[in-house]
Structures are given as structure tokens and as C-alpha cells.
Design a protein around this ligand. Structure first.
Ligand code: GDP
Length: 369
């Protein structure tokens, strides 16, 4: 026939070309019977989930499918890249199903932060983005922080229904699912995957004791994040591993901060004030005079200004400029998706120019911390 073979686990069309996409199977395993993709095979045999990715159009179709079910939607977002990992309009796509916002990577926040404040902030921002949430849970999949709370909240909200886990790539969805499988399911070695009838979307079902399932969906790729734009090698330098150590700079107007050669912040106008940088330790911050910034970049990008290295720079889009006005008396963050943010105390207001690779989301938001 002309229809391509599909995975008997998740229903995705089998393919041998791209391991990050649904239905991938190594060519050597194509003849496996029954035919099953690598992701389903790994979950079934090693209890190990891995995120496969689809683009935005495919993802919206997938979300649309959830609207026809009765389920609880658990949306994993990354607290370090909140706006970059939030699925805007999620509420519209999943219909009447409740959405639980699971905010991952809280281990990266500086030790002294007030988590209640963060939670309120998240709730507020989600509302602005049109997502009505039944609960907001802060957790860390990698460190195992807040997992009990997350499980409790899921149990409380799902009332016997299936649980759909959705999120952007890199938000930590597979780390979370793996923790669920390993630490919270009795099923352990019995985990099975079974095709959800009528879909070919790469959903994987992990059965729960009451007959319902946790459904792992592919991750959505949002290319507006620096983490999706940079070559893989640079990712380690971008993504913090440990709690962020904020760096405070007192700047006068006419000064510039470089973040490696990844982005640059010009303080164009305003009274002397503090700028607090929240970024991975691998990103070197360099202060200079605005009038010297262009020349410095030409001469030292990829060396003094790093990451990336000079070779890697060739793989990054050219910068575009974003002009931002910080109103007087407001505590705001200049947010650069995937890189982090810079808190501006804004006592007297400020005019800022941010230079970042074309396509990266840059915006001004209410201060997170
Ligand atoms: P997925 O694409 O959503 O499945 O994301 P992954 O589970 O593969 O995680 C993406 C990256 O984030 C990996 O480098 C993880 O190690 C990291 N990560 C996941 N959870 C956490 C967390 O709780 N804290 C920190 N600091 N990193 C995390």
C-alpha cells in the first residue's frame, strides 16, 4: 500500500531520518515486529521517556484533539524562560479541560527568593496570556523538589480523568515524566504504551492504577528562544546548572552591557541606576561605554565577548535592536528568551536598547524577583 507504516505504540508514522521527531526508529530496528518507534520502545523497555518535537501547526492540531477528551492538562513551563515556554492561548485549544501549570526549574532561582511571590507572579502572567489555571505548582524535576506537591495536585484535580502533559521542548517534560515513572508509579516494569485510537500524533500513554493514563505528548518547538537558535555546543553555557547568582551593575546612561556575544543592553537615557543580571554563569557579562560598544564588538566578539566562540558566531542570526522604555517608579525585567533577564529598578525611568539575534523574543515585563 502507499500508507507508511505506523508505530503500534503511539501511532506516529515511522521514519528513520530525525530522532527528535515522532515516529523515529533506527533503520536497523525497522523490521521489529510489532513495529514500534524508538520512543515507545524505550518507555516500554527501560521506563525512559524522551521528548520528541513537532512544529507549531502540528502542535495546535494535537491540542485541538485534547478539547474532545475529558482530561486534566498539565502544562510544564520553565521558570528560567517563562514567556518562551508558555503556550499562549492554551486555554482556547484544550476546551473546557482544567489546566494545571507546573513551573519547573525552580532550583535555578536564587536561594533567597520568596516562592509565594513567584507563584503569584506566575498566576498573574498566565492570566495575561489567557490561561486560566486551576493550580500553579513550583517544582524541580531534576532535583526532585516539589514533586510530591505536584503529584498531589494532579491527583486532586484529575478526578479519575486522563492527564495530558504538554510543554515546549526543553521545559523539562521528559525529566518530569521519567521521575513520575521511576518514583511514583508502582507499575515500574509493567509500563506499557498503547495507541490512542484515532490519533497519529505521537502521544504515549502511561497507564495509572485506576485505568486512566498519563499521556505524554511531543514538545512544541518555539524558535523564539535563544536556546533553540544557538548550536547545541553553546547550550551548556546558556542554561544555568546551579542557582543563579545575580550580578548587580550600577550604570550611568551611555553605558553598555554585553552578554558574551549573544546580546547587548544599551542604557541610552535615564538617571544612574542598578541593573541586575540573571543569567547562566557561563555567560560573561562585560561593561563598556556605549560609544565604544560597536568597535569592541567588531574586535572582540567570540573572544573577550564569549560565548559563543568566533566560529560558532557564524551560526547565529545577526542582531536586531529592540527599544524599550522603562516607566518611572516601576520594577521591570528586560527579558531575553533563553538568555535570562535583567532587572531594572527604574526609579527614574530609562530608555534601553537591546540587541539580540533576530527572532529571539525580547520584552519588558513586571519584575519576577
Ligand atoms: P523536554 O525537552 O521538555 O523533555 O526537556 P528535558 O527533560 O530534556 O530537559 C531539558 C533540559 O532542562 C535538560 O538539560 C535538563 O537537564 C534540564 N532540566 C530539566 N528539569 C530541570 C530542573 O528541574 N532544573 C534544572 N536546573 N534543569 C532542568
Amino acid at each position: 500500500t502507499d500508507t507508511a507504516p505506523v508505530c503500534s505504540g503511539c501511532g506516529a508514522e515511522l521514519q528513520t531520518l530525525d530522532a527528535a521527531r515522532p515516529g523515529y526508529v533506527p533503520a536497523s530496528a525497522l523490521t521489529r515486529s510489532p513495529a514500534v518507534c524508538q520512543r515507545c520502545f524505550r518507555i516500554k523497555n527501560y521506563n525512559e521517556a524522551a521528548t520528541v518535537a513537532v512544529d507549531q501547526d502540528d502542535y495546535l492540531r494535537l491540542l485541538g484533539g485534547i478539547a474532545a477528551t475529558r482530561s486534566l492538562v498539565v502544562h510544564i513551563v520553565d521558570v528560567f524562560d517563562f514567556e518562551g515556554s508558555l503556550i499562549g492561548g492554551l486555554g482556547r485549544f484544550v476546551g473546557n479541560n482544567p489546566v494545571l501549570l507546573a513551573v519547573n526549574k525552580v532550583d535555578l532561582l536564587p536561594k533567597a527568593v520568596n516562592l509565594n511571590r513567584i507563584r503569584n507572579w506566575v498566576q498573574q502572567q498566565a492570566k495575561l496570556a489567557g490561561i486560566r489555571t486551576v493550580d500553579v505548582i513550583l517544582f524541580s524535576a531534576k532535583r526532585g523538589l516539589g514533586m510530591d506537591k505536584l503529584i498531589d495536585a494532579i491527583e486532586r484535580q484529575r478526578s479519575g480523568r486522563d492527564v495530558y502533559v504538554v510543554g515546549a521542548t526543553n521545559a523539562g517534560k521528559s525529566t518530569m515524566i521519567n521521575r513520575l515513572i521511576r518514583d511514583y508509579s508502582d507499575l515500574d516494569n509493567e509500563v506499557t504504551v498503547s495507541r490512542y485510537p484515532g490519533t497519529t500524533l505521537g502521544e504515549i500513554r502511561i497507564p495509572l492504577e485506576d485505568g486512566a493514563s498519563i499521556v505524554d505528548t511531543p514538545g512544541i518547538v518555539y524558535p523564539s528562544r535563544l536556546t533553540e537558535l544557538v548550536p547545541r555546543r553553546i547550550l551548556g553555557a546558556l542554561m544555568p546548572e546551579k542557582p543563579i547568582k545575580p550580578l548587580v551593575y550600577q550604570l550611568n546612561s551611555g553605558q553598555t552591557l554585553f552578554f558574551g556575544a549573544l546580546a547587548r543592553l544599551d542604557f541610552a537615557e535615564g538617571e544612574r541606576q542598578s541593573f541586575t543580571v540573571y543569567a547562566g554563569a557561563g555567560v560573561k557579562v562585560h561593561r563598556t561605554k556605549l560609544e565604544r560598544a560597536d568597535a569592541l564588538y567588531e574586535e572582540h566578539r567570540g573572544e573577550l565577548l564569549t560565548p559563543p566562540t568566533r566560529d560558532e558566531l557564524a551560526d547565529l542570526p545577526a542582531w536586531t535592536r529592540h527599544s524599550l522604555r522603562v516607566p518611572a517608579g516601576a520594577a521591570k525585567d528586560v527579558y531575553i528568551s533563553g538568555l535570562g533577564w535583567i532587572a531594572v529598578n527604574g526609579s527614574g525611568g530609562a530608555l534601553l536598547d537591546v540587541h539580540a539575534p533576530k527572532g529571539v523574543k525580547v520584552l519588558l515585563r513586571d519584575a519576577l524577583i
